[in-house]
Write a protein of this length. Sequence first.
Length: 284
Amino acid sequence: LILLRTLRDLVKERNIRERKAVQIGFVPTMGALHEGHLSLVRQALKDRHEVWVSIFVNPLQFGANEDLKKYPRDFKKDSRLLKKAGVSVLYAPNENSFYPVDFQTEVRVKSLSAGLCGAVRPAHFAGVATVVSKLLMQVRPHKLYLGQKDFQQCRVIEQMITDLDMPVRVRRCPIVREKDGLAMSSRNVFLSPSERVQARVLYQALNSVQRGVDSGQRDAFKLKNGMLLALKNAPSGVVDYAEIVDASTLAPMIKLRPSVQVLAAVAVRFSAARLIDNILLDIV
Ligand code: PAF
């Protein structure tokens, strides 16, 4: 595992790969790695790419009252996991050189960033789009690996890549879950034992939507109400949203149709962790 801290070193390594026509698969992360991240690495290896991972806790995507300072960091453990997983290059730039004091550019993907998480985190997706475009310009990977847990993030980045003609393909990878269904997240460590038990209801609520669809329900409002009812089983959680949306535009649905791919998505705030989860619905 080659550790790179500066853009200069990164460019040097990248140019060597260019001459050898090495195919690069890139997994951007903020560290605190778990099985979800490692599944992206494994997919990239399976796709026969040399795997590059970045670890950078991006201050631009945290709001003023969010958990930037507290965000879990364990660089040693992360490097160990990446080495063991077969990652070739770890890029972990220093914040001050990544964003020098005169940095002033923002990349904004307008309507896809507005709803769902964007409604409660207004600067978040511009922060994500900005850091990911900068990382893509630096690393110049052939393929970008993203986890579907951050579904809105996937759509924002995919749209940005299309709009800006960025020469990279995207592979969305499925959510990795704990045994009881909770989606893996770096923030799960912030749940108290009782909240950890309650957190199961996110996935249960999403599954109740699929069951509703299976029994013929096509009214998004009714499905959404079912989800809200299920989420009541987490009394310590405050629901940010529970929505049924078009998986491409992320616009709310009214009536479900098999011709449109539909996403059920939830966000619930616990005392020290805000959790999100989603499923793509099977509609026949
Ligand atoms: O999903 C994340 O960990 C981050 O949003 C990303 C894509 C690494 C950008 O900072």
